[in-house]
Ligand binder design. Sequence first.
Ligand SMILES: Cc1cc2nc3c(=O)[nH]c(=O)nc-3n(C[C@H](O)[C@H](O)[C@H](O)COP(=O)(O)O)c2cc1C
Length: 244
Amino acid sequence: MDALECISTRRSIRRFLNVPVDFETIITIVESGSLAPSSGNVQDWKFIVIDNKDLMKKLCEHSLNQECVHNAAFLVVVCSDSEQTEMHYGLRGQRLYTVQNCAAAAENMLLTAHALGLGGAWVGAFDEEKIREILGIPEFARPQAILAFGYPDEVPDHKRIKNLSIITYFNKYGARIKKIHHVLRDYSLDWEARIKKAHTVMERLREKTRKVTQKTTEKIGKKGGSLFQKYKEEVKKRIKARKR
Ligand SMILES: Cc1cc2nc3c(=O)[nH]c(=O)nc-3n(C[C@H](O)[C@H](O)[C@H](O)COP(=O)(O)O)c2cc1C
């Protein structure tokens, strides 16, 4: 599976088969997290790998009872350790970069899991203080995300993706390219529009022809009627004349 295919086919998986994942695979996934980009290459993350079911149950209870936290084969809790980031980049580092760095690591792990045939879900809804307490996370660190992994036991529904032309601007915020498919050299939409237009024109022509035919038929009918009338009168006249 190449990178583009991996990105475009990855989906959140929240139901897992009761099949263990070998340690090598777990490490490969975690390692991919450590390869993510980070501000100034500070790598301000810590990963807590959890496969203890009792512990997972506890974490699940403090994650709005989201089943995947309990049913996964293993979890990776991504924590930020912002000391260095703050030192280098101040408040921006602490508030923004640490979050972004961990998010990049989390996405790497989800993609790697998918490439290896596993499924994963990013769980962000949890009681931070409880998770901190259960896992002994110190004050200077912060649990950013719980990632649940395992072999998939579901096929997710179709995902609605926002149109590129709505979310993409060029050179200025708000500056959209209406026909972004032209930029992408995809002319199928144009052909579709042309065919639709041709259908409409054909439909109008058909309607026009129908109306003209109807009118002409009515006219011929009327004329025919009066001729017939004259013919009838003529015949009557001639019969009368013969009788005389
Ligand atoms: C910051 C963040 C928090 C999330 N929190 C949760 C969560 O608590 N529970 C959950 O089931 N999914 C959670 N998700 C997963 C999203 O619901 C999911 O990525 C989104 O619906 C798109 O679906 P996809 O992952 O299949 O493309 C979270 C995703 C992100 C990025």
